[in-house]
Design a protein. Sequence first.
Length: 231
Amino acid sequence: MKRRRTPPVTNKDNWGTNPAILANFSTRFSFFLDLAANPGNRVCEDFIGEEEDALTVAWEERVPGTSFQESEGLPAYWLNCPFSLRKAFARKAAESPLRFPLVMVQPACVNDRTFHDYIVGRAAELWLPDGRLSYAHPDTGEIMGQTNFESMIAVYLPSVYRTRPGTTLLTMDRQGAPNTSHSRAYWEERRTTETLRAAFVGSLGMPPGEGRAALARTTVLLERLAASKEG
């Protein structure tokens, strides 16, 4: 079979997210803000466009609306990182005082300073696909064939949601679904815990930041109590 060639693109920063990958991550997270997008490639109703400059906007100040809090899953930011600004966005993701999880798609350049300074050890999770990811063409929206570079997905979590230090390495298929027993078990455990937290906070009607922080502290205490009883 003859391989389809990727058509030339004038602005590689506008490659869009593969809907299959977004759909798989949406089984765990409810994305309410696309941190770097335009009207043609955004994945959320609310997005930060070029006129706002996502690198200067305080991400932690952007919160979901009241109606959004009723949806399932943990509210989160989505970031399909502009390729030419991947270092700047990785740094901002690592250093921002996030109030919600941030899921970031990045080229997997593991031998440069960006990866070692702002991703590994800073992100809570690093999802490595078993092949090269596909992206949506910036002009047509068509999902193209595999790229000529490797990609990865980093998940940054606010401190109140982190259950372990460092970065957990996990694997997924090219559609964004966990593809090993370890990765699937991790995903299900996190999804169950995060969904319960989100639902509980939503039922209380508490402000997202304060409510989730209080809930996280309470959950940790309950988990420790349950572990001590099992022991």
